[in-house]
Design a protein around this ligand. Sequence first.
Ligand SMILES: *Cc1c(COP(=O)(O)O)cnc(C)c1O
Length: 411
Amino acid sequence: MMQLINNQYQIQGLNLIDVANQYETPVYVYDGDKIVNQYRKLSSAFGSTKVKIKYACKALTNINILKLLKNEGSGIDTVSIQEVWLAIKAGFDPKDILYTPNCVSIEEIAMAVELGVQINIDNISILEQFGNKYGNTVPVCIRINPHIMAGGNHQISTGHIDSKFGISYYQMRHLVRVVTLHNIDVVGLHMHTGSDILDAGVFIQGAELLYDAAKNFKNLRFLDFGSGFKVAYKLGDYTVNIAETGKAISESFNNFCKEYGRELELWFEPGKYIVSEAGFFVVKVNVIKQTTSTVFVGVDSGQNHLIRPMFYNAHHHIVNLSNPEGTERIYSVVGYICETDTFAWDRKLNEVREGDLLAFYNAGAYGYSMSSNYNSRFRPAEVLIYKGESHLIRKRETMEDLLKNQVEVDL
Ligand SMILES: *Cc1c(COP(=O)(O)O)cnc(C)c1O
């Protein structure tokens, strides 16, 4: 974790200012030890229940992070064939790769089948095509939508009635008919209700529906409860108590297994929980601009690099690395993109001066992976701090990257 020691914000003993100066800004910095710890904390929270963590890699796909988690014994959850390729490149065994796409073509699914990964299907039309093509020769997991309203906002909540995800719990009869008639080998059931779940209650609620659904399938090997473990965004934020939640879930799961008549595996696919708090996005202050109503801090980055505040109204805690003792003042922190581009409104920061370095917390998940080249800006560098050493794990882009796929024609 990042700690304020002797007036320095440090990660594993390294001063974040030195790291930022070495690799320049803007830069994503990840605490590898924190990532490993989160993985261990989660995978040990379920007692003797056989639990498998499939890291939802869309949160942060740098191949070094994937390798770090693979070495810990993690599996991986992918949502596109490209993520499957990345996972294989990182060394994951195809059997540890779960492929959970939404609205992709049967052709893409066939490519994943060829690679031997675990397929997760989330609509009846594709399931029928899958059954026609493979019969019972390829084991499949089915994504059920339990219609549980979870999560902080509509964009990250996937279980509600209007959601495009999963096969509705209310279509169970039809689902069973399709599975039976095509003789499909259903080995897993899955639900993912969305992000920012606070306690075991929501899980158990969804779990009961999944247990109920499971009685229709005799050949199950696992139940996958998705993700959504809440992490802290603000200082003192209430977060999921993983030990307590783990205990409650494994208790209910073990009871179900007895009833089902076989010991199943309990799967989770967290993204945020594993990497969010391990990431810091460091930027430099270009200008302080006082308008009639507001003091703006303009930094050398924008929503092209960290879109969560503009996209989801997400809160990222910010600290002034260069002036941790400065008098607190109120600022709005904005980016350099030519449209409304606000990272934080009315935020109390230690006095900010031009040239100061600021760090955004919770930048590990959906930070770099959602970045773009909008305004023809280069995407930032990524740095991993692991066992007390910093490593450049992605170079800052250059003009070459911007032009790489453009085709100049004679007109
Ligand atoms: C995005 C996603 C996750 C990860 O969600 P987090 O909130 O980052 O933990 C897990 N499963 C599926 C299917 C997803 O699409």
